[in-house]
Design a protein around this ligand. Structure first.
Ligand code: BES
Ligand code: MN
Ligand code: ZN
Length: 495
């Protein structure tokens, strides 16, 4: 899908479909008024007849409207201008692209992005790009016959004034973020027998090949042994697939500028190990590498944007499977940091690979480290599928990430990292145990990670509830690529 932004008038612009807004009670937007005038009141007539109420997210497709150059007109209900909050606005944009995908139109011209009262134009454009990309997304790479590709190929944002350089940049960045989300979704949706740690490593090398600004390095198990990553290696012991530690370095900023390091959990299948998970919905544990996929997607997006910033991606990747060689409950391992860990539950494996990756991240002399992980089922219980869980050892960083999430409509919610929770990780035999019990399971997981992130500014995003959807709509969401890219854009802009 291609995107453009330009000046134009609704009645004169040639396109497969002109999209205009109608407010509640059939009140025409400016663009709809212009069409109505050119069409000798064809629109106001059908509104008067009750065909379009203007209710938020309602749509009405019209053909052969006289006096209008566009082949079709799509009326989109915007509801009450005063009620256009972020949720309603996103729903309207999704409904718009759903309706457009049901037409054979190859290109659409959107005249309504200025009608979202109270929302910045760049915000509306960004969400429209995400909604367009989502409507065109097909997870069909494993089908013997791929689905028919959508007809809609080009989206033009039409403004009454010439678009500013700022809105052109915003559009380019939104498209790059959408491309990054697509990579993240594709990787997430692949099955565990295809998307192995080796496959992720190949993806990283391919990304480096496609972008001169990215360098990729892959460490093997023998390298991890040398580094003393006993915790990471304990998770891969039951698997026949070799573990990988993948690094991506994007140097877009000043040589001396300290990087942001993104650490992504890359468990390509989580069976639980010897602490085996129940069978129901276990297939969804192929998504346990969505943190890693979001790091790859974000790196691709910022390289495409050419952000003036240094960013490093670190991806510890392996499978978590039971076998005769697998780690057992009660086993004690030594992490790269030197701290020892009693593994009471082999299903709490994400923290075991992340802790060594966090220690490793210090090599890059980071300004900030953010880890992204499908870490706990408890996070899904706490926040559902709406917000990602956020923790940080610095409140300013937490605020910046929360703000980026609002800006990108990819929201997170902060949970406490108080020391009061730390004793739940006390072990009789090692420096700590890897689980803290049922109560506050998301928080104790974050507390565990915090013990390995003491030397830098750090945040943790638990995306267990937001990285994919279950049920009939099963599929990766591409989150939190919008949040992460927005945070990095803000940083590059010095905000
Ligand atoms: N990958 C899972 C977390 C998960 C579970 C994400 C379900 C999304 C849906 C993680 O490795 C895990 O198994 N966590 C355990 C931790 C527990 C053993 C302390 C969990 O959440 O049950
Ligand atoms: Mn697990
Ligand atoms: Zn897991």
């Amino acid at each position: 899908m291609e995107f453009s932004i330009k000046q134009g008038s609704p009645e004169k612009l040639k396109s497969g479909c002109a999209v205009v807004g109608v407010f509640e009670d059939g009140k025409l937007s400016k663009a709809a008024q212009a069409l109505d005038k050119a069409a000798k009141h064809a629109l106001s007539d059908l509104i008067a007849r009750g065909d379009m109420s203007g209710k938020a997210s309602s749509t009405l497709l019209l053909h052969g409207i006289p006096g209008i150059v566009a082949e079709r007109v799509l009326l989109v209900g915007l509801g009450k201008a005063s009620e256009l909050d972020s949720k309603t606005s996103v729903e309207i944009l999704r409904a718009t692209f759903k309706a457009l995908q049901d037409t054979p139109a190859k290109e659409a011209a959107l005249f309504f992005t200025g009608d979202f009262a109270g929302r910045e134009h760049a915000w509306v454009v960004r969400q429209a790009v995400f909604a367009a990309a989502e409507s065109a997304y097909r997870a069909d790479s494993m089908k013997s016959k791929p689905a028919k590709p959508p007809a809609l190929k080009h989206i033009a944002f039409i403004t009454p004034e010439p678009p500013s350089a700022g809105s052109k940049t915003a559009l380019g960045q939104a498209a790059a973020a959408a491309h990054g989300m697509k990579l993240t979704k594709d990787l997430g949706n692949l099955p565990g027998n295809i998307c192995t740690p080796t496959y992720l490593a190949k993806q990283a090398l391919a990304l480096a090949k496609a972008h001169k600004s990215i360098k990729a390095t892959v460490l093997e198990e023998k390298d991890m042994h040398k580094l003393g990553m006993g915790s990471l290696l304990s998770v891969t012991r039951g698997s026949a697939q070799p573990a990988k530690l993948i690094t991506l370095e994007y140097r877009g900023g000043d040589k001396k500028q300290q990087p942001v390091v993104l650490v992504g959990k890359g468990i390509t299948f989580d069976s639980g190990g010897i602490s085996l998970k129940p069978g129901a919905e276990m297939d969804e544990m192929k998504y346990d590498m969505c943190g890693a996929a979001s790091v790859l997607g974000t790196m691709q997006a910022i390289a495409e944007m050419g952000l003036k910033l240094n960013v490093v991606g670190v991806i510890p990747s392996c499978e978590n499977l039971p076998s005769g060689t697998a780690t057992k409950p009660g086993d004690i391992v030594t992490s790269m940091s030197g701290q020892t860990i009693e593994i009471l539950n082999t299903d709490a494996e994400g923290r075991l690979i992340l802790c060594d990756a966090l220690t490793y991240a210090a090599r890059f002399k980071p300004d900030t480290v953010i880890d992204i992980a499908t870490l706990t089922g408890a996070c899904v219980i706490a926040l559902g599928h709406v917000a990602s869980g956020l923790f940080s050892n610095e409140d300013k960083l937490a605020q910046e990430l929360l703000a980026a999430g609002e800006q990108a409509h990819d929201r997170a919610w902060q949970l406490p990292l108080w020391d009061d929770y730390q004793p739940l990780l006390d072990s009789n035999f090692a420096d700590m145990q890897n689980i803290g019990g049922r109560a506050g399971g998301t928080i104790t997981a974050a507390c565990f990670l915090s013990r390995f992130a003491k030397d830098y500014r750090w945040a943790h995003l638990d995306i267990a509830g937001t990285a994919w959807k279950s049920g009939k709509e099963k599929g990766a969401t591409g989150r939190p690529v919008p949040l992460l890219t927005q945070y990095l854009i803000n940083r590059a802009n010095g905000k």
